[in-house]
Design a protein. Structure first.
Length: 273
């Protein structure tokens, strides 16, 4: 019970901080799909924002009018909090619930291909940090994941895995978050996970809860294009179904700045970001 109210106060605190610093999304980025570049930043194009507040007919809409929706599969469902004193959703009033037994959501095609700079982000809460490796987001090719964000059971930590080629035996670039352990508190707010691939700098960055640790950047020269849709809650190649709660899925072409990642990590939905 305490954690539910803590989450509410954290969300209010994040909003207050945003107002205090003048960091409203509209102040730094244009409203809509195109985000013009400022000094030292790469132009962004928002390809998808799925707040996961509802899924009529099993389809979770994309805020982008021409963007791809997410189709729910298996027993995946959208929880919606109708009660002030009920269990809070991760962000807003709704989130995606997955039981780890063949449930996932996916787009029909890749919102970002991976052959250029991109940013992917999601908020996720594990049902249990157990002995199963579980994938939160992935972009599949035919034989390997272009990229996967997952809980690695062997280490008990979040990690990002990139296959350097679309081959099952291809070498991988792996970034492990060594400082922040996954939040598996059933009433907690989970963790915000974001991956930024800067193709021109050949850098892959992994942010957890808006923070970039000193071990969370890797050199990456990978440039092959994902051929399958964005997978939420599994790897289409390895399975690794996610058991827990997912919210605030985002996809951009281009490199999001650290300031923008911090805004994404707030416990308030920001539709103009």
């Amino acid at each position: 019970m305490y954690d539910r109210y803590r989450a509410a106060f954290v969300a209010l605190g994040a909003a207050a901080l945003s107002l205090t610093l003048g960091a409203l999304p509209g102040a730094a980025y244009a409203v809509g799909k195109e985000h013009g570049a400022r000094a030292g930043e790469t132009s962004l194009s928002r390809e998808g924002y799925w707040p996961l507040e509802a899924a009529p007919g099993g389809i979770a809409p994309n805020v982008e009018p021409e963007g791809l929706p997410l189709t729910l599969n298996g027993d995946a469902w959208i929880y919606h909090n109708e009660d002030l004193f009920g269990d809070a959703a991760l962000v807003g009033q709704g989130d995606l619930r997955l039981d780890g037994d063949g449930d996932w959501a996916a787009t029909s095609a890749a919102p970002v291909g991976g052959d250029g700079s991109f940013t992917l982000a999601v908020r996720a809460r594990l049902a249990a940090a157990d002995d199963r490796t579980q994938t939160v987001l992935s972009l599949p090719g035919r034989n390997a994941d272009r990229l996967a964000i997952r809980y690695q059971a062997a280490s008990g930590q979040w990690e990002v895995v990139v296959s350097t080629k679309d081959k099952a035996t291809a070498p991988q670039v792996v970034i492990t978050e060594e400082q922040a352990l996954p939040d598996a508190n059933p009433y907690g707010v989970g963790d915000h996970l974001a991956v930024v691939f800067d193709a021109s700098a050949r850098k892959l960055r992994f942010y957890v809860n808006g923070q970039l640790s000193h071990t969370s950047t890797a050199v990456d020269t990978t440039s092959w294009t994902a051929s399958g849709g964005l997978q939420v809650g599994r790897s289409a190649i390895r399975g690794e179904y996610f058991a827990g709660t997912v919210d605030e899925v985002r996809a951009y072409s281009g490199v999001a700045s650290p300031t923008m990642i911090t805004q994404m990590a707030a416990l308030t939905g920001l539709p103009d970001l």
